[in-house]
Design a protein around this ligand. Structure first.
Ligand SMILES: *Cc1c(COP(=O)(O)O)cnc(C)c1O
Length: 362
């Protein structure tokens, strides 16, 4: 027997299942399984990253000042209270590492993002899952789930994989109702898809217990570059910076993200295209008996009559090279999460689901 064992909690972590990118025997696939921007990154971001390729022998800035300033200008936030990470996943990791350990509880909802549980376990803390109300974050359930051991409460607003969101009033009620010593983390990975939404920034200005996380992986189309950021009270950001590695964001990532956040016209273009095709696809699926909740994101959660039907539809789409996401791991076994692709992809998905449904009836 080996004496070498990992820290408690680590072996309870199931390996993260990313969205599939390949189908055996199909050469031309359309990947709609990871909520990536089908239009790609801003051409200005691509140009900045191309330039950065010649600087790979240099270490990146360790204070990320240029990127924090650009984010601050764009969103009207204090750059001193912004922290950048290798994706917002890293900010989630910093929060758990800094504020939750053995005996502490980390709360999230039954259809919440997988990283909350993974990061809580990695920190040795106890993950606690509370119910949602018909695929919507339930503030009462979260408040009822809090104990004196609760250190972190994570909600994504809008949420992945449900696509739903709760109001500012509900988020405020949650922030105000938490036990002292607990931090509310507002994961705004999809915030840019909601017109005029500040993801909770205003709430942060008047509270000492609210943090938000944001990412360049979704509307900015830079998932491959791994850049995210967090915003919160000075005391908390100071703590997170102590556990952050000095060179955690690459030269290329910093350059691309800075150019991307400044290109507001491109973000607006992507938001509009997404909204247009999202409602088109939702209508098409509803017409053939596949409902979905109104989505505030760049995907829809398509609901089927049973797990067997959802899986059969997934297989049917896969055979046509259309890769969507099964979400049984998110306690949604009868649903499929479909990223809003470009027009041809949306048309292919609509036709695929229609043909699947027609074939079922035959
Ligand atoms: C995609 C996603 C993220 C972003 O992860 P990155 O590490 O920034 O790529 C964070 N939270 C949720 C809910 C997401 O869906």
């Amino acid at each position: 027997m080996t004496q070498i064992t990992p820290q408690p909690g680590i072996m309870d972590i199931a390996l993260y299942q990313g969205g599939a990118a390949h189908v055996d025997g199909v050469s031309n696939v359309t990947k709609l399984s990871s909520n990536e921007n089908p239009l790609g990154a801003s051409p200005k971001a691509v140009e900045a990253m191309t330039q950065a390729v010649t600087q790979q022998h240099r270490y990146p800035s360790s204070d990320h000042l240029a990127l924090r300033s650009a984010i601050g200008e764009t969103h009207g936030l204090d750059p001193a209270r912004i922290i950048c990470g290798a994706g917002s996943d890293e900010i989630i990791t910093f929060l758990c590492q800094s504020y939750a350990g053995p005996g502490d509880e980390v709360l999230y909802t039954e259809h919440g993002f997988a990283m909350y549980r993974i990061s809580a376990l990695a920190a040795g803390a106890t993950p606690v899952e509370v119910k949602e109300r018909e695929r919507v974050t339930d503030v009462d359930a979260l408040l009822a789930g809090c104990t004196p051991q609760t250190k972190l409460v994570f909600i994504a607003n809008p949420n992945n994989p449900t696509g739903t969101m709760i109001s500012e009033a509900e988020v405020t009620r949650l922030a105000d109702g938490l036990p002292k010593g607990a931090i509310l983390v507002l994961d705004g990975a999809y915030a840019e898809y909601v017109e005029g939404f500040d993801a909770g920034a205003k709430l942060i200005e008047s509270r000492d217990n609210v943090v938000m996380t944001r990412t360049f992986s979704k509307i900015y189309g830079l998932g491959g570059a791994r850049v995210g950021w967090g915003y919160g009270p000075a005391e908390i950001i100071d703590v997170l910076n102590r556990v952050r590695g000095p060179f955690n964001v690459s030269v290329t990532g910093l350059a691309g993200a800075e150019a991307a956040v400044r290109d507001r016209a491109y973000v607006e273009h992507c938001r509009r295209e997404n909204a247009k095709w999202r409602s088109w696809l939702a209508d098409q699926l509803a017409e053939v008996g596949v409902p979905s909740d109104t989505s505030c994101t760049n995907f829809i959660l398509a609901r089927f009559g049973s797990q067997a039907e959802a899986e059969a539809c997934d297989d049917f789409l896969k055979a046509r090279g259309l890769i969507v996401r099964r979400v049984a791991g998110y306690n949604l076994p009868t649903a499929l999460r479909i990223t809003i692709g470009d027009e041809p992809s949306c048309r292919a998905v609509a036709a695929g689901v229609r043909d699947f449904k027609a074939g079922q009836g035959a």
